[in-house]
Design a binder for this molecule. Structure first.
Ligand code: A2P
Length: 279
């Protein structure tokens, strides 16, 4: 599979399989097993998804060599801070039944609406991430849902730069300011909900592009992310969609197509502002 190279030299498969909202037990196990079988080698989970155990079991049962896989998990908000982070990491690793993860992310930044010392909390959490990285427990460390301001603030205190920032990104929500800032700083943007969680699949601009290339709107969205230099993490529990979302080699969007997607206008997505999230 095509890869991006992170700012620490680690290669990351250009498309990953997302597992948000896929329930633990049979749904998560079957979806990940299906994805691995279809050729995904990059799986994205998180402590708060509650499915690390089933994701890990599907990985073990696949028989695929661990070193050929790229596995991401994320630190939940309740576990921020230096010591808590180290403890939470061990718990995730045990649930996944792995000896290392490829990428560990801070799921959401601590924010000013919750904490006066939000910047310090993020810096302390990051120090634990740096320790995990230096100790060889993770191959790369990064952020998730950090708008530009939060990345900028964190960068002032880091020893090791974040390798990625995982954001909501799709044709209905481009987050241009944060995406540009990350690109300028050599931080790879990963896209969660690259299909807008299924809410943009009937958009006319996307439907006409899908018709033009004889592919699905889902495939258009994933290709769009890739051509923007972004790492999409589509999720699906449907074996047909799981396969299709990886099968993008027979078309390429033109500059005009990309401009038409970027000019689709406001589709009513405001995204989740870290200062407004209820956790
Ligand atoms: P399903 O599980 O039935 O495939 P996102 O990755 O943006 O969160 O979007 C996930 C949603 O999009 C899921 O509801 C999934 O449903 C749907 N989906 C995933 N891939 C496709 C596809 N290729 N075509 C249509 N819908 C898709």
């Amino acid at each position: 599979m095509t890869t991006y190279t992170l700012n620490n030299g680690i290669k990351i498969p250009a498309i990953g399989f997302g597992t948000w909202q896929i329930e633990d037990g049979a749904p998560a196990y079957n979806a990940v097993a299906e994805a691995l079988n279809a050729g995904y080698i990059h799986i994205d989970t998180a402590a708060v998804y509650g499915n690390e155990k089933s994701v890990g079991k599907a990985i073990q049962d696949s028989g695929i060599d661990r070193d050929d896989l790229f596995i991401t998990t994320k630190l939940w908000n309740a576990d921020r801070g230096y010591e808590n982070t180290l403890t939470a990491f061990e718990k995730s690793l045990a649930l996944l039944n792995l000896t290392y993860v490829d990428l560990y992310l801070i799921h959401w930044p601590a924010n000013e609406a919750q904490f006066e010392n939000w910047a310090e909390i993020n810096a302390d959490t990051w120090r634990a991430f740096e320790k995990l990285y230096v100790d060889g427990r993770v191959k790369a460390i990064g952020l998730s849902n950090f708008p530009k301001k939060y990345v900028e603030t964190l960068l002032k205190t880091v020893q090791i730069k974040p390798a990625v920032n995982q954001l909501e990104f799709h044709p209905g929500y481009l987050q241009e300011e944060t995406v540009s800032y990350c690109k300028e700083n050599n931080i790879l943007v990963q896209a969660w909900s690259p299909l807008g969680s299924g809410r943009i699949l009937d958009n006319e601009v996307l439907l006409s592009l899908a018709q033009k290339y004889n592919v699905s709107v889902g495939q258009i969205c994933i290709k769009f992310a890739l051509q923007e230099g972004i790492n999409p993490l589509p999720k699906s529990t449907n074996p047909i969609n799981i396969k299709a979302n990886l099968d993008l080699s027979n078309f390429e969007l033109t500059a005009e197509d990309i401009a038409s997607i970027k000019n689709m206008g406001d589709l009513g997505f405001s995204g989740l502002n870290p200062a407004e999230v209820p956790f």
